[in-house]
Ligand binder design. Sequence first.
Ligand code: DC
Length: 217
Amino acid sequence: MIIAIDGPAAAGKGTLAKRLAVKLNFAYLDTGSLYRAVGLQMLRAGLDPSDALAAEAISSELDSSLFTDPDLRLETTASAASQVASIASVRVNLLNFQRNFAGKPPESKAGAVLDGRDIGTVVCPDASVKLYVTASAAVRARRRYDEIIARGDSAEYADVLADVEARDARDMGRIDAPLKPAEDAHLLDTSELDIDAVFSRVLAIIADQHLENSNDA
Ligand code: DC
């Protein structure tokens, strides 16, 4: 069973996906970390994240040690990730990794939860459950700003909002695999819902879907 969770930056996908994976004992893949790893490696090598040839080469030999690097979470890395993500050859290089994970989850788990931008539309179009999690840009920027302050770093809310909006525009506007809900995705606006409310809604959706699938069988 594959659960696909897509949506814009800071909508709460990651928290939801991790919690679901624990509850269902499924494997979890944060696909954004793959794009972040490519972006971070480009920055560290002093390369421009829009350099398509360099990004293609780096993404063809992904350095998995970067997946746990604390710098993966920096806003500068997020922005570089969003830039390399619009390069078609980078997306092709990362596609196999994601499909293999979904098709054969590690530790022989019975299913996988993947979160990203194009999981329901491109990576796993046959996923059993597709969720599109969103919230207004103002709410998402506020959450991201609170996270930054909570970990002791400093930021201006207006700058965080501008970053969120720039990333939305790039992720939704790119030609290849743009961020959009799959036709059969369940839409969840978390602007006014807390994580517990979102989680119970999603469990109900999964239970319904499971029932539908067993009735079809
Ligand atoms: O989810 P995130 O913020 O870690 O993602 C970082 C960037 O990676 C995001 O702005 C766009 C890109 N991305 C993508 O294009 N496709 C995915 N499936 C996941 C992330």
